[in-house]
Design a protein around this ligand. Sequence first.
Ligand SMILES: NC(=O)c1ccc[n+]([C@@H]2O[C@H](COP(=O)([O-])OP(=O)(O)OC[C@H]3O[C@@H](n4cnc5c(N)ncnc54)[C@H](OP(=O)(O)O)[C@@H]3O)[C@@H](O)[C@H]2O)c1
Length: 204
Amino acid sequence: MTIGIIGTGRIGSTLARILVAAGHRVVLANAHGPHTLGPLLAGLGPAARAATVAEAAERAELLVLMVPFDSARGLVPRAAVRDKTVVDAMNAFADGGTPRKLDGRASSEIVAEWYPGARLVKSLNTMHFETLATAGTASGERLAHYTAGDDAGAKEIVAKMLTGLGFAAVDTGSLHSGGILQQPGGPLFNRPLTEAQASAWISR
Ligand SMILES: NC(=O)c1ccc[n+]([C@@H]2O[C@H](COP(=O)([O-])OP(=O)(O)OC[C@H]3O[C@@H](n4cnc5c(N)ncnc54)[C@H](OP(=O)(O)O)[C@@H]3O)[C@@H](O)[C@H]2O)c1
């Protein structure tokens, strides 16, 4: 699959590495432009390309948003993501690093409003990039990654990608309820859990 990643910082570059290692193609975009991605591309090899944000969104079969939350608004042309599976891996923090107050909403519901028609799935937001780098290929019980969303088909596509990376894909429910479980302040955020441990938290 060709996977677009918008944001090539700590988490975006890590995801690019493990996706390429798992046999995917990646199209990468950042804020400073494709010409700044040479060193990252050199380490990733021929399965990786650099693009503008709009090009990456157009080319991607699945698009992952890994930029600071506020940067995502208006970032991608809406037409490029209509009917496309889009992963929201972003976290909404307030100043000081506390969870932002969202009046009981999941941050992904706000992203869904920014991109009407996109098949949005909240995923890949809970795990620290250093854990993501190695956990999928480590020995022992698989760690969980999550899918929250209102489009069952899109969640299946994301779950298949997660499984291929060596993780257990755990469905947390709708974009609202699952999103709240996954986002900062929720029980699944930044807490490496096995599938059984995660399921126990979800059913509480
Ligand atoms: N760090 C983690 O362990 C982790 C884990 C899960 C989820 N997340 C979430 O993932 C997101 C990124 O976190 P990070 O730690 O990777 O941040 P980071 O290291 O600061 O990287 C941010 C990336 O976003 C790009 N970016 C910023 N504004 C942009 C714009 N307007 N257009 C295109 N690209 C833009 C930056 O481009 P340049 O490189 O050109 O500056 C950079 O590549 C955040 O929402 C965070 O909550 C982080």
